[in-house]
Design a protein around this ligand. Structure first.
Ligand SMILES: Cc1cc2nc3c(=O)[nH]c(=O)nc-3n(C[C@H](O)[C@H](O)[C@H](O)COP(=O)(O)OP(=O)(O)OC[C@H]3O[C@@H](n4cnc5c(N)ncnc54)[C@H](O)[C@@H]3O)c2cc1C
Length: 408
C-alpha cells in the first residue's frame, strides 16, 4: 500500500487537474494520482460557459481583479501576484489552446468548445503518467507521522505523502465533514449567482428584453451593482442581477430570498436629472404623445411599460403631463421598486459561497495551517466570484500555487 513520493489529488475537476499537471511539469519524479468520486472527470468544465468554457477574464490588474470576488477578495491579492489572468492565457497558449476575448471581457477558447480544455488536460495526464482513479470517494483521512491514510467509501484505502483537496463546492455542509475532521472550520455553504423571482409581476410580460446598463440596489443595504439586465418569464436575470446575488449572497440568504430592490433603468441619472430630461423634452416637443415618444435612451417596450405604470395608458401629450405624473415617471425610470420572492438557479454558471474557512490556509503556498503537507485549491475554499471567468481564474491561481509548493 505504501508509495513514496506519492501525491494524492482529491477531486477530478478544474482545480484537481490543473494542480496535478503543474506538479508533474515542475517535478516529473513525483507520482501523482487524481481520486475522483464519480465515474467522470471535468464535468463542470464540460458544461461551463454554456459549453464554451469561460476560462478567464481580460482583467490584468490584481487590485482590480480581486473586486470580483465577494469571498476571497483579501486572500487572493497575494496569489494573483504569483499567477494572474495573463499567466492563464500564456499557460493555455503554451499547451495549444488560444483564448479570445469577447466585448464584455470574458475569455473563451477560440474553438468555442470546452471539450478542447478537457482533451488538453487528459492528454497531458497521459503524457505525464498521472493516474486517474474513478469512483474513489474519499470518506475519511487520517494522518500518521509523515503520511496520510485515505479511506474511500468503497472500503479501500491508500497512503500518500502529500495531499491536495480540490473537491469543489457542495451545497450540503455534511459533504465537508471529512475535511473539518482534519481540523478546518467550514463556512456553511449557501447559494451564490442566482436570478430573482418576481411571481406574477407584470414586468415579466417584457420577457426576453434586455437593457444594456442599469443599476440594481438592495433596499436597506449598501449593496448596489450595475451592468446589463435581462427580463425573464420568472423575473430578472443578467449580469447586474447575478452580481448582486453574489455580492449580497449572505444578506439575501438572511432575508430568506424575500427582499425589496430598486432598478435604475437610466444608470447615469438620478431623480432630479431624470425630471430634467422629461422637462427638456416637454419644452422642445410639447405636442408629442408621451407613450409614443421616449425621452430616455431605453428600449421602446420598456418605455411604454413605464409610461403605463406611471401615468396610465393615456395618450396625453408632454404639454399636459401633471407634475405628479412627471415625478412618478421620473421615479420609475431611476428607482423602480420590486419585491423579489425567491430565486432561480442560473444554469449557465453557479457556485456555492462558503467552504473551508480561508483563515486555515496559508495563501502563499495553499498549505493548511493546521495540517502540514495538506494543500487546498479551487472552490472547496470559501472563495467565489461573480460570473465572467473569475471562478475558474481562482481555481487556476490556487492550483498553480499549490502545485509549485508541493513540487518545489
Ligand atoms: C453550469 C456551470 C457553469 C459554469 N461556468 C463557468 C464558467 O464558464 N467560468 C467560470 O469561471 N466558472 C464557471 N463555473 C464555476 C466553475 O465551474 C467552478 O468554480 C470550478 O469548476 C471549480 O473547480 P473545482 O475543481 O474547484 O471544483 P469542481 O469542478 O466541482 O470539481 C470537484 C471534483 O471533486 C469531486 N469530489 C468531490 N468530493 C470528493 C471526494 N470526497 N472524493 C473524491 N472526489 C470528490 C467532484 O465529483 C468533482 O469532480 C460554472 C459552474 C457551473 C455549475
Amino acid at each position: 500500500m505504501s508509495d513514496s513520493n506519492q501525491i494524492a489529488v482529491i477531486g477530478g475537476g478544474a482545480a484537481g487537474f490543473f494542480t496535478a499537471i503543474n506538479i508533474k511539469e515542475i517535478n516529473p519524479s513525483l507520482k501523482v494520482v487524481i481520486y475522483e468520486k464519480t465515474n467522470q472527470v471535468l464535468t463542470k468544465v464540460k458544461v461551463s460557459g454554456g459549453g464554451r468554457c469561460n476560462v478567464t477574464h481580460a482583467c490584468f490588474d490584481p487590485t482590480e481583479l480581486i473586486n470580483y470576488y465577494p469571498r476571497g477578495k483579501k486572500e487572493l491579492r497575494g496569489p494573483f501576484h504569483q499567477f494572474m489572468t495573463f499567466d492563464t492565457i500564456e499557460w493555455f497558449a503554451n499547451h495549444g489552446i488560444e483564448l479570445k476575448t469577447e466585448d464584455d471581457g470574458r475569455m473563451f477558447p477560440v474553438s468555442n468548445d470546452s471539450q478542447e480544455v478537457i482533451d488538453c488536460f487528459l492528454s497531458l495526464c497521459k503524457k505525464y503518467g498521472i493516474h486517474i482513479a474513478l469512483k474513489k470517494e474519499v470518506g475519511a483521512v487520517s494522518k500518521s507521522a509523515d503520511q496520510f491514510l485515505l479511506n474511500f467509501k468503497d472500503g479501500s484505502s491508500k497512503l500518500a505523502d502529500k495531499m491536495i483537496i480540490a473537491s469543489g463546492g457542495n451545497a450540503k455542509l455534511a459533504a465537508y465533514d471529512w475535511i473539518s475532521k482534519l481540523g478546518h472550520s467550514i463556512i456553511p455553504p449557501i447559494p451564490s449567482l442566482f436570478t430573482f423571482n418576481l411571481p406574477k409581476h407584470n414586468i415579466t410580460e417584457l420577457m426576453g428584453l434586455s437593457v444594456d446598463n442599469v443599476t440594481v440596489s438592495l433596499e436597506n443595504s449598501s449593496f448596489e451593482t450595475d451592468g446589463p439586465l435581462l427580463i425573464t418569464h420568472w423575473g430578472m436575470s443578467g449580469p447586474a442581477i447575478l452580481k448582486l446575488s453574489s455580492m449580497a449572497a449572505n444578506e439575501l440568504n438572511r432575508r430568506n430570498y424575500q427582499f425589496d430592490f430598486k432598478v435604475n433603468w437610466l444608470f447615469e441619472h438620478d431623480l432630479d436629472s431624470a425630471k430634467e430630461l422629461i422637462e427638456t423634452y416637454k419644452a422642445q416637443h410639447p405636442k408629442r404623445t408621451i407613450l409614443k415618444h421616449k425621452c430616455a435612451n431605453i428600449p421602446t417596450r420598456l418605455w411604454e411599460y413605464l409610461v403605463k405604470e406611471s401615468i396610465g395608458n393615456s395618450a396625453i401629450n408632454y404639454a399636459d403631463i401633471s407634475n405628479k405624473s412627471l415625478t412618478q415617471l421620473a421615479n420609475n425610470l431611476v428607482a423602480q421598486a420590486f419585491k423579489a420572492n425567491g430565486k432561480t438557479t442560473f444554469k449557465e454558471e453557479f457556485v456555492s459561497c462558503g467552504g473551508v474557512d480561508n483563515k486555515f490556509i496559508d495563501f502563499k503556498t495553499m498549505e493548511s495551517k493546521v495540517v502540514p503537507n495538506l494543500y487546498f485549491a479551487g472552490e472547496v475554499l470559501n472563495i467565489d466570484a461573480v460570473t465572467g471567468g473569475f471562478n475558474f481564474q481562482s481555481a487556476w491561481t490556487t492550483s498553480f500555487i499549490a502545485a509549485s509548493s508541493i513540487a518545489g
